[in-house]
Design a protein around this ligand. Structure first.
Ligand code: NAD
Length: 280
């Protein structure tokens, strides 16, 4: 039935999903580690060339080396707008275009809750600078490159911590909750320019960021034990969240298969936000 529908004259639908980003140029902030690095690997596997833009000058070049000739490292602190602009310019100079901008860099900050009554506002500012302002800077400079081209795809990493309470530091939750809002707002404008923008809200994924955070509560636990704890937070029977699950969501949203999707927040959390009682 479906086959005959797709086979109708005038209807085109590519089932060749082997290289879904062939010839595309992507820039990934926070691409030196975790979700960003795995996504870079996935994008390259699907034919893209990727700029790894990261503040970490040690792991960044290492990641680019590991990923091979299709990857290029650019030092970029997303809190410095000029460095974000520079990273976009490098993509444009080196490859002549920017098809995909993934604003993924983020931190959680050292203090897990404690009480909102004890919130350190300096720490709040620092997290907002990276997780919120850094993303907005990325959106702005990607838009400057993509609007004249009349096409492009912007992705941003939010978090389910921005959708519900009790999942991370208050400042982190605040920073992440800004992302779906700016994405919706930017999408409403960029629709007219042929540019799509979406965000992804992962649940807990075992990366350095979450393992360091949960490790604060279990100082004696090994990395493997912490990974198991993070994996155990998902609710979907038989599945555990890995970086690749988020990378696959990014791949889909970046590909032409999502050509009619913009302004969306794709939650990748194994059903966690479907529950009112998390019983963590
Ligand atoms: P990670 O620590 O493995 O990677 C984060 C990367 O961001 C690092 O390479 C780091 O150097 C870089 N970075 C930090 N500050 C930067 C800055 N100012 N400028 C440029 N780069 C900077 O962590 P991850 O889990 O892969 O995190 C990626 C994104 O996913 C973050 O935005 C995070 O908030 C989000 N996220 C993670 C989880 C999780 O459980 N791991 C869940 C939801 C959302």
């Amino acid at each position: 039935m479906i086959r005959s529908y797709l086979a109708r004259p005038g209807r085109s639908y590519s089932t060749d999903s082997a290289r879904r980003l062939e010839g595309k140029v992507a820039l990934i902030t926070g691409g030196a580690s975790g979700i960003g690095k795995t996504t870079a690997h996935e994008f390259i596997k699907h034919g893209a060339r990727v700029i790894i833009a990261d503040v970490d000058s040690q792991t960044g070049p290492q990641a680019a080396d590991e990923l091979g000739p299709a990857a290029h490292f650019v030092h970029c602190d997303v809190t410095a707008e000029a460095q974000v602009e520079n990273a976009v310019e490098i993509a444009m100079t080196r490859y002549g275009k920017l098809d995909i901008m993934y604003n993924n860099a983020g931190i959680t900050g050292p203090s897990f809750p404690p009480s909102i009554a004890d919130l350190d506002l300096n720490e709040f500012d620092k997290i907002m600078q990276i997780n919120a302002r850094g993303v907005v800077a990325g959106i702005k400079h990607a838009a400057r490159a993509m609007i004249p081209a009349g096409s492009g795809c912007i992705l941003c990493t939010s978090s389910i911590s921005g959708l519900m309470g009790g999942l991370g530091p208050h400042s982190y939750a605040a920073s992440k909750s800004t992302i779906p809002g700016i994405v919706k707002s930017a999408a409403s404008e960029l629709c007219g320019n042929g540019v799509r923008i979406n965000c992804i809200s992962p649940g807990p994924v075992p990366t350095p960021l979450s393992l360091d955070q949960i490790g604060l509560f279990y100082p004696g636990a090994s990395r493997e034990q912490l990974t198991e704890m993070v994996n155990g937070l998902g609710k979907l029977k038989g599945a555990k969240c890995e970086e690749i699950d988020v990378a696959k969501a990014a791949l889909f949203l970046a590909s032409d298969e999502a050509k009619y999707i913009t302004g969306h927040n794709l939650v990748v959390d194994g059903g966690l936000t479907c529950f009112t009682n998390l019983a963590l």
